[in-house]
Ligand binder design. Structure first.
Ligand code: ZN
Ligand code: ZN
Length: 479
């Protein structure tokens, strides 16, 4: 009864055709709890996850979707799944608009000429050859821009300077990413020539701008859009404070270039009792290009792969299949997650439970779930196994399934949220400092322990977690 109104819960049971009586609660058998506890303890002392993310970031490096390393990333994932002993390895194609970054420069032209460290945002338009110079108009917030008149904006470069602060749950990214995605679209509609923001990032002293996608969906709507590093945003704001007109030059050789077909890469540990029922976990294989995509999201791919490998190493296969998905192009709009959900929507009910890791490599500290009322007890059993390694169960929050798997959750897959400590995540997120040295192997091990233990218990559960078409459509309202 936590998140599902009674009526919805009742229709859910009808939808799943739960002939095995409405009062049957889902239970994790005692033997499975014991094995999950052993898996947890083994994973805490295991470095498989760290080795996988080291391999990916070293051997493939930056892997922007559709870029030169896209195919190498897929080849790496296929080979890694095989090397780890997964039973089945395959790909599913994902097609999306190709966006390319070739070069990017920025400078203050007047009143105090000097270079600016910036990076173009995904789906930004390029500037004309030789660059674009225009006066900057600053807005204090996204709301202020929404209320602006076209007269104030037309032909100018809009700038918004929202500064994110460090938080364990990273909630400032809600506003930071809204300014990055919605801001350029609003500015374009008002006739702006370009768009600049203070990076959606929490580092203070590093001239490393943070990239990320905009909300442009139509190349005709796109204008040049870029993020300044925090020190460069400070500099621009100091210059603006003189009260004189400030003009900036953007020289961005970026833009849309047709379409590209990549793929989700999937590895499975085949269930021995119900091979067609799956526990779905994963991360996204693509990264932004300035760094090597260690925390975003090499870590997530590695956590899920390592969890699958630990389950594979048990004396027997689990009852249900463990499916690990390395998603294509999450960064430019959940393309891999949407393709997966579209393809697998008819199998929603066969998705036992799922969630994706995509918030770095900090330790998991909170678990929440969107499951049918009769499965809450099983979630509480999982929580008991995870509590000794620092995971607190929050019964009041829904489970969103993570970034790409949120799309499958929206179709009706029962889902968890396993919230990681993101205190320092946005120091390195989407910038050149997202490299392997930011990952603590012990934190990785804790994440692997969480994923291995919960996945195994979900695979062994007697009963389901309530996956059914549309089962969790009220989730958003519950939060
Ligand atoms: Zn990510
Ligand atoms: Zn990202």
């Amino acid at each position: 009864m936590r998140f599902l109104p009674t009526l919805l819960a009742a229709s859910l049971m009808l939808a799943t055709g739960a002939a095995s009586a409405a009062d049957t609660s889902t239970v994790i058998p005692a033997a499975a709890v014991q094995t999950a506890t052993q898996l947890r303890d083994k994973a805490m002392a295991d470095d498989t996850g760290y080795k996988i993310v080291a391999s990916l970031t070293t051997e493939v490096g930056p892997r922007i979707a559709g870029g030169p390393a896209d195919q190498r990333g897929r080849d790496w994932a296929i080979a890694k799944f095989k090397e780890l002993g997964f039973d089945k390895v395959y790909t599913e194609p994902v097609t999306y608009p190709l966006w390319e970054r070739r070069s990017e420069h920025g400078a203050i032209v007047a009143p105090f000429p000097q270079p600016l460290m910036l990076t173009a945002l995904g789906y930004s338009a390029g500037t004309p050859k030789g660059g674009l110079t225009a006066e900057v108009v600053k807005f204090d917030s996204l709301d202020a821009l929404k209320k602006a008149s076209a007269d104030a904006v037309k032909g100018k470069i809009v700038y918004i300077g929202f500064r994110m602060t460090r938080q364990k749950d990273g909630h400032d990214y809600g506003m930071g990413s809204a300014i990055r995605t919605q801001g350029p679209v609003i500015a374009s509609k008002l006739g702006a020539a370009g768009y600049l923001l203070r990076s959606a990032g929490t580092d203070e002293h590093s001239r490393t701008p943070h990239t990320g996608v905009t909300g442009f969906t139509d190349p005709k709507q796109a204008i040049p859009a870029a993020a300044l590093s925090n020190p460069d945003a400070d500099q621009l704001e100091r210059i603006l404070a003189y009260g004189k007109p400030v003009s900036v030059k953007l020289d961005l050789d970026v833009g849309f270039n047709g379409s590209y077909t990549g793929a989700n890469v999937i590895g499975e540990i085949t269930g021995k009792k119900y091979p067609d029922q799956v526990v779905a976990i994963g991360g996204h294989l693509d990264s932004w290009d300035p760094g090597t995509g260690a925390i975003d999201d090499g870590a997530g791919v590695a956590i899920a792969m390592a969890a699958g490998k630990l389950i594979r190493d048990l004396p027997q296969r689990p009852d249900r299949t463990i499916r690990v998905i390395a998603f294509a192009n999450e960064e430019m709009g959940l393309w891999g997650g949407r393709a997966y959900a579209d393809k697998h929507a008819p199998d929603t009910v066969k998705h036992q439970l799922g969630t994706e890791s995509d918030f770095g490599s900090g330790r998991v500290w909170r678990m929440s779930a969107s499951v049918k009322p009769g499965a809450i007890g099983a979630i509480e059993q999982m929580a008991k196994v995870l509590a000794p390694i620092g995971v607190a169960y929050d019964a009041k929050r829904p489970g969103g399934g993570g970034s790409d798997l949120s799309q499958m959750h929206a179709k009706g897959m029962a889902a968890l949220s396993l919230t990681q400590d993101g205190t320092y995540y946005f120091d390195y997120h989407h910038n050149a400092n997202d490299t392997l040295d930011k990952i603590d192997p012990r934190d990785m091990a804790q994440n692997v322990a969480v994923y291995a233990a919960f996945s195994y218990m979900a695979a062994q559960a007697q009963g389901d977690f309530g996956s059914a078409p549309g089962a969790f459509s009220k989730d958003g309202a519950a939060e």
